[in-house]
Ligand binder design. Sequence first.
Ligand code: FES
Length: 130
Amino acid sequence: MQIKSIEELKKIREKSMKKVNLREHGEVSGDQVEVLVGMATCGIASGARETLNAIVDEISKEHIENVKVIQVGCIGHCHSEPIVQINVPGQKPILYGKVDDEKGREIVKKHIKNGEPLKESIIEDTFDRA
Ligand code: FES
């Protein structure tokens, strides 16, 4: 991308600052729930692909529409892979560990659909959004 003027540069900066603010507050805006699935090598080796497929399948079976499933790299908890992070608008992100396909489906049904996080599977719920 070529920046042609100071004005253009300012606009880009403003846009980036908005994103930074969003990150500082650690909350998702809008009405979309984000499902981040860690797909680093450690995740894939632990079955993250099956988890991802199960989550996508369950979302479609349950006819849930306001969800975005995103494949991400390292989330930083190799020992607890597969890792899934759920970002619900207006709430702190929740990080789940050891999410196999069955647990992935449960997260969709309980947390995403009914708003009830699976407490026993949470590895972190006090951090800001990555
Ligand atoms: S490489 Fe495994 S979580 Fe980063």
